[in-house]
Design a protein around this ligand. Sequence first.
Ligand code: NAD
Length: 487
Amino acid sequence: MQTTENRPNVKSIDCDHYINGKYVQSGSGKSFENSNPATKEVLGNVQIGGEEEVDQAVKAARKALNGEWGKMPLKKRSNILRKIGDLIKERQEELAVLETLDTGKPLWLSNSVDIDRAANNFYFFADYMTTVGNESYQQDDTAIHYAVRKPVGVVGLINPWNLPLFLMTWKLAPALAAGNTAVMKPSEVTPMTATVLAQILTDAGVPDGVVNMVHGFGETGAALSSHDDVDAIAFTGETITGSAIMKAAAPTLKKLSFELGGKNPNVIFADADLDETIETTLKSSFVNQGEVCLCGARIYVERSIYDEFLEKFVEKTKGMKVGNPFDPDTNVGALVSEEHYNKVLKYLDIAKEEGGEFLIGGNAVDADKGYFVEPTIITGLGNDSRCVREEIFGPVVTVTPFDTEEEVLEQVNDTPYGLSASVWTSDVKRAARVSSQIEAGMVWVNTWFLRDLRTPFGGMKQSGLGREGGAHSFDFYSELTNVTLKL
Ligand code: NAD
């Protein structure tokens, strides 16, 4: 496997903090080496921010809120958001390469999902913000009540490594659209595209201090979550980290928005279009190395088509190419880090101990070069298996047969998670009946990952708190003052 072959000539970068419109290093002098998970090569140095840098970033954001940004006319702010989208598109190749170097994902995926959708997040909210109205009620001849919308203030945006620029901009665009200032804390595992984004924001006309960024590990995120002068935290990441942030944010009662882990089911009925189901199931299982919170890791198939489904699904999986993320034919790149690779391999051992049958995969690939794992399909595990219950977040799925709707719904809902699900059937009434009974924030019927940015996005149970998307994002990043005008 040649993981540097086909690599475009884009240099990896060192990652400094961005505070008050300038790249700066930590006062402590602390940094760590960032590495490419597909080659183990060192990509550069990343600063480790402590309480001091977080405090400087929050102070800059507070000052900027009270400055030009806070008074900027809506249209001008909207134009700046649009310009950010344009500049992301202009630097698309560079950003996509950096995303691939950091994450190990195929370059075509960085281009088509991460960077393209990052630009689109700004385009969407640039338009959306110009259409937002507020509630008003006429109370007979007595009074008019109307709501005045204001930004929440200084918001902390803490992000994971699986879709770095896409998820950071999914929070930053509505935060800016609603007039807030922000401190970004990208994942320590994938810091490069956020570092470039900081410069893009300034180039697009975002005034100094409006968006700041502090790099570092969990402690840096913790310093942001507990900072007295941060008004809200929007977080995407693991459920257990969400709990820690909630605790840290409790003393100052910050507003919280959480997008957390998932263990999403695909429910496939015998009357589904099998070829289409398998084509999409291949994506929902293995795209982005299975490192998408929405991946369908638990696949339930009606018994009458179980054997046929498995035969075809395994055959298609055999055709998936694992390897060099810069090869346009690669389907599955490297897992994001050594730590995550070891976690996924540990779950493969657990599956073996639990008596799982591996129909394909189950092994590391070219382990001395990078962190590659074969797409893996496991059967024979019950709903009490750790591999069925816990989030593996890798190219690993379990497949289980079912006989009745009631039985499969019971299994599907027997989980602490509730992020998303896919239902495959040609019976519209069944689609509606089953979808409404699944305990998940999002259910796709005969599709997967089809998004419209106006729709509510988020999870129930331990998969999240609140919703993002369109009005939901805008409401989170706004405060409302109700004014009652006596007539
Ligand atoms: P993570 O929780 O380990 O880290 C996410 C971010 O939180 C990082 O920036 C990290 O430095 C920071 N952090 C860690 N400890 C912290 C603390 N105590 N206080 C504040 N910040 C802290 O998650 P990850 O491993 O980077 O990402 C994978 C997880 O993200 C998976 O569970 C996945 O399901 C989830 N995810 C969810 C969604 C969604 O929309 N629901 C989307 C993408 C990823």
